[in-house]
Design a protein around this ligand. Structure first.
Ligand code: HEM
Ligand code: HEM
Length: 230
């Protein structure tokens, strides 16, 4: 009975609960009809447990929260990079250049916050299995995912450290964050250089990651990209 319930849980998630037109909570029936999308749940299943399932990743696909955070982070990162690239178009000290820099800092810090939330959601549920890859390819995919997390966490921290070492204000949507270190020219150089280096590596890392996803979808025609689509 317990095993049946556990497998029903998994089947239910695979049916993409959020998209089910109707879910019938019928006490005492361990049966499910995939064709008409009516699902009968076991006797002691509470509605909030059903909803919580949708926030967890399963072994087949990412949770809707992880998927939302993934694509929102992509948009944020594009804006973070764009602000820095665009600033070059405006004279030093101009209002627009300063505004672009402030947005770079604030959106960059938002990436940090979202990355921490994502890590929590990864802990709640397992990352989906990586299918049909050799052990070497699996290790490569995991290394790239790990490096992307390092990018999302180390870059904002290095930026925060750089502004602190420069004795500048660290803005965050109307707030002022505290400096992490005392002003120091030597430290500023180290933090800025490292921030710039990882920022450049980030372009290639994100590019390679996106290309790999497209390769899996269009050439290998597997479910890698679909696992990350709403
Ligand atoms: C994921 C987040 C971030 C990414 C990908 C990123 C990326 C970059 C890039 C590509 C540059 C240009 C480097 C150059 O060619 O000069 C840059 C510059 C800079 N970033 Fe970030 N950054 C991020 C977050 C932050 C945060 C949160 C802060 C501060 C709170 C920050 C502070 C700075 C500073 C001070 C500069 C130098 C600006 C200047 O030249 O005046 N960054 N960043
Ligand atoms: C067009 C751009 C992108 C595409 C097409 C894309 C696609 C994907 C796909 C299909 C997966 C699932 C891979 C699997 O489980 O085997 C994935 C996972 C992942 N992606 Fe992306 N991605 C993009 C941009 C980004 C960006 C900008 C970041 C952050 C810097 C990022 C970070 C991650 C991470 C960390 C994972 C591992 C799962 C997780 O913990 O969320 N991706 N991506």
């Amino acid at each position: 009975m317990r095993e049946q319930s556990a497998s029903l849980f998994e089947d239910l998630v695979n049916l993409k609960l959020a998209k089910c037109k109707s879910v019938v909570l019928a006490a005492g029936h361990d049966a499910q009809s995939a064709s008409n999308r009516i699902v009968y749940l076991p006797r002691n299943l509470l509605v909030h447990e059903v909803l919580a399932m949708n926030a967890r990743s399963t072994t087949e696909r990412y949770s809707s929260v992880s998927i939302g955070l993934h694509w929102f982070t992509l948009i944020l990162l594009a804006a973070v990079y764009a602000c820095m690239e665009l600033r070059e178009q405006y004279p030093k000290g101009s209002d627009i250049r300063e505004a672009l820099k402030s947005w770079h800092y604030m959106l960059g810090l938002s990436v940090f916050v979202l990355a921490c939330v994502r890590l929590v959601f990864r802990k709640i549920g397992p990352a989906p299995r990586i299918h049909s890859l050799s052990p070497l390819q699996t290790a490569l995919a995991k290394t790239v995912h790990l490096s992307l997390y390092v990018l999302m966490i180390a870059m904002p921290l290095l930026g925060w450290l750089a502004l602190s070492a420069d004795g500048k204000v660290i803005p965050f949507f109307g707030l002022e964050l505290p400096p992490l270190v005392s002003p120091s020219k030597d430290l500023l150089e180290v933090f800025e250089d490292t921030h710039e280096l990882i920022g450049t590596i980030g372009y290639f890392l994100i590019g390679a990651h996106a290309l790999a996803a497209l390769y899996h979808h269009y050439v290998k025609r597997d479910d890698t990209l679909r696992k990350m689509l709403p």
